[in-house]
Design a protein around this ligand. Sequence first.
Ligand SMILES: [Fe+2]
Length: 231
Amino acid sequence: MRQNYAAYTANDRLVWKTLYARQRENLEGKAHELYLECLDRLTPVMNEDLIPNYDDLNKVLLETTGWSIHVVKGLIPVEEFFELLAQKKFPASTWLRTMEQLDYLEEPDMFHDIFGHVPLLMDERYAQFMHDFGKHGVANLKKSHIIRQLQNLYWFTIEFGVAEHPSKIYGAGIISSFGETNHIYDEKTDVLPFELDKVLGNSFINSEIQGHYYRIDGLEAMYNIAFENIA
Ligand SMILES: [Fe+2]
């Protein structure tokens, strides 16, 4: 599957611009600075006036960390997901939400997949961590209890991770959501200290604003998670 870049309409460009501009401003002082740095480095191939063309984005990613985008239709089975990560391929859809769906989606669209996930893949350490994640998943595909723990870990770090509360959002699910970014700053929101055992055992519910989050002591602490001890 490939991205059909010519198929994006003027309306798609308006949706992308609205999402990008609003969230870029909203993330100031809230997102992890590494994320913002990486996002800025991608400006030549992705900005509020430019829906990313995956060929151009891949060129930059491949040159920088060896990762690339692998187009998928929507959510994929966990086996395929880990296999792609192990090959340094990040699964992303190409469809974009409509103006009426700006703030709520049941399935991730390209704004989530690309704006949320791809910038940090420009960072060597983060990219290595994601690669290790995939390799550990592939090595344990037959062990469902390990896969479950890895999915929980992925959910509460890569998707919904927070570092050094309250100003260091790095999880793509929060980064790509205006509402969830602000929800983190609501004093009633539960942001718990990151404890690996708790995270591994904490199953999650998809497609709702999260009931709680885990705050890790910086990305370095995440990179230091020893996959071989997850058994
Ligand atoms: Fe995601």
